[in-house]
Design a protein around this ligand. Structure first.
Ligand SMILES: [Zn+2]
Length: 334
């Protein structure tokens, strides 16, 4: 069976190339339109670290004695608002911007911060962002047709806008990270804080990093963690359900029990919340392994897959089957 691209998948894909795009990309159908003054919610987490909820991937930032370090940039149209939220807390300059991965709802505001902030990410984030015009021109015409056929006019329109952008953008205009690394990197922002950036096994994409504020004991997971939400596994960008399990184990083994966790999507939580998400991943993998061991076809498995414990999770109806399909494809035949 060819894996269908879900509505949420299309919405996410539509955001992939939002970086450097002018004018700003429109909100995807997955994100509720709200007036600008109510888009943001700021949550202090102690140790001068803050979570900032808006539209798209959650933001984290640290206010040091000299400068601000920001994690992810949501969308271009929100970037001035992100800066305004930071200005409610401090007037210090924003000096570093870490991107957890290349998706448009996490890097879309990069262009706004580029004149004054050093953009940092894993090597693959830069590679994928710079390749996005080519990838979009190759993949989007078919996705637009698919969205139209599914009656998703809004999704088709968002994709068409991205396609137009991909045709006219010059690669040098893309606000990709200028400082990249292959495994780990540490930022020393002063104030006794050390900001650790860890690249993890391919999970959400093959360029995922998490950011650990060592002294504050706060962890920004990027999209390696969707809290109370079924994750999007971007298989086309090297993502893997097995990889999710490995990545989560690697992180859980390195952080203290009292850590506070900012997920890529959903509310800030604790280690127990992160472990619950790991359990979901393990359950999907387990279901796929059992189906394969029983000789079930992929179609039959996808027909019957049901994990009632996660029924309340956002995206259960569409993304669970996508996750299950990916897990089935990855499960070794027994
Ligand atoms: Zn993402």
């Amino acid at each position: 069976m060819r894996r269908a691209v879900s509505v949420a998948g299309i919405a996410l894909l539509a955001g992939l190339a939002a970086a450097a795009q002018t004018p700003a990309p429109k909100a995807t159908p997955d994100h509720h339109e709200r007036p600008p003054e109510t888009v943001f919610r700021l949550q202090p987490l102690g140790g001068n670290v803050y979570a900032l909820y808006g539209r798209g991937g959650n933001i984290g930032f640290f206010v040091g004695p000299e400068a601000v370090t920001l994690v992810d940039s949501q969308f271009m149209d929100l970037a001035p608002g992100i800066e305004a939220e930071i200005r409610k807390v401090t007037n210090k300059p924003i000096k570093f911007l870490v991107n957890t991965h290349h998706h448009g709802d996490h890097v879309g505001g990069n262009d706004f911060f580029r004149p004054f902030a050093l953009i940092v990410a894993h090597d693959n984030v830069r590679t994928r962002m710079l390749a996005s015009p080519e990838t979009i021109q190759r993949d989007y015409p078919a996705l637009i047709e698919k969205a139209k056929k599914a009656g998703n006019e809004q999704g088709a329109k968002a994709l068409a806008e991205q396609l137009e952008w991909a045709k006219r953008v010059r690669v040098e205009e893309i606000a990709a990270p200028v400082l990249t690394f292959d495994s780990e990197l540490r930022i020393h922002p002063g104030g006794g804080e050390t900001i650790q950036v860890w690249h993890l096994p391919p999970a959400h994409t093959d360029g995922d990093s998490v950011v650990f504020f060592e002294k504050a004991k706060v962890l920004h997971m990027g999209d390696d963690f969707f809290n109370k939400s079924i994750p999007f596994v971007d298989v086309s960008a090297g993502g893997s359900v097995h990889g999710y399990e490995k990545a989560l184990d690697a992180v859980i083994g390195r952080v203290p029990p009292e850590v506070r966790v900012i997920p890529g999507h959903g509310e800030v939580t604790d280690l127990a919340g992160l472990k619950e998400f790991r359990k979901y991943i393990a359950d999907v993998l387990d279901a796929a392994r059992r189906a394969k061991a029983a000789g079930k076809s992929k179609d039959a498995f996808l027909q019957e897959i049901d994990l009632p414990a996660y029924k309340d999770y956002r995206g259960y109806e569409d993304r669970l089957k996508d996750n299950a399909a990916a897990a089935y494809d990855e499960a070794a035949p027994r």
